[in-house]
Design a protein around this ligand. Structure first.
Ligand SMILES: [Zn+2]
Length: 216
């Protein structure tokens, strides 16, 4: 399968926008240094992300994506344990998207296929993946492309996890990356259609993530 770098994403240099006011921008984020939370909340609302990925990024940053450990702590899941066969760790948001062996495999595959187009000197780590906090100087154009790819992969991890829980389907890393590639392609085509300055699409498909995490 060929999953290479996507064409350059033009636009989206202006962070924030109307929607950013709906969500707190200065709440502390666990594990981040002082001064970085505003970057995190700005990234959550990054204009490169379609609604679904903004919702995912928002829930990941708030650590309220309905993974089992999150739901268990609220009395809404019988077990906190990761559903991946042989894992056994509590399924926190960080575990689900970064620490779990299944997530590790997917990020490694993405790296080997150069799916993410990491700029020179950029290293894949939890802060970059979860919050878009980079330790290197990166142009806004490179960041937009990278941030879209990172969130498309996170979405693929979450979707494949829900297929495992709900339908007992095992999605191989390469197939999950094909889902991520489709998400990116749809976004880049939609953005071209919308043109610069397009507002968020309020139509069907946005905000659907919260209902997808139900354990059976
Ligand atoms: Zn796991």
């Amino acid at each position: 399968m060929a999953v290479g770098c996507f064409g350059s994403f033009v636009g989206g240099a202006t962070h924030g926008g109307q929607d950013s006011k709906e969500r707190e921008e200065v709440s502390p984020v666990r594990g981040l240094a002082v001064g970085e939370p505003s970057t995190v909340w700005r990234n959550v609302n990054h204009p490169v992300l379609p609604n679904r990925l903004r919702d995912l990024a928002w829930m990941a940053a708030h650590e309220i994506l309905p993974a089992r450990a999150v739901m268990h702590s609220r009395g809404m899941s019988a077990t906190p344990t990761c559903p991946r066969p042989g894992c056994g760790a509590p399924e926190s948001v960080r575990h689900l998207l970064w620490e779990c062996g299944a997530a590790e495999d997917l990020w490694a595959t993405a790296g080997s296929l150069q799916f993410l187009c990491l700029p020179a000197g950029e290293v894949l780590n939890a802060q970059l993946v979860l919050y878009g906090v980079s330790q290197t100087k990166i142009t806004s154009k490179d960041f937009a492309q990278l941030w879209l790819a990172l969130n498309a992969v996170k979405d693929a991890i979450w979707t494949s996890r829900n297929l495992l829980v709900g339908k007992r389907m095992q999605i191989p890393p390469v197939a999950a990356l094909q889902m991520a590639a489709a998400t990116m392609k749809n976004r880049l085509c939609a953005h071209t259609d919308e043109g610069a300055g397009a507002t968020r699409n309020k139509g069907p498909g946005g905000g659907g993530l919260a209902s997808r995490g139900k354990d059976t």
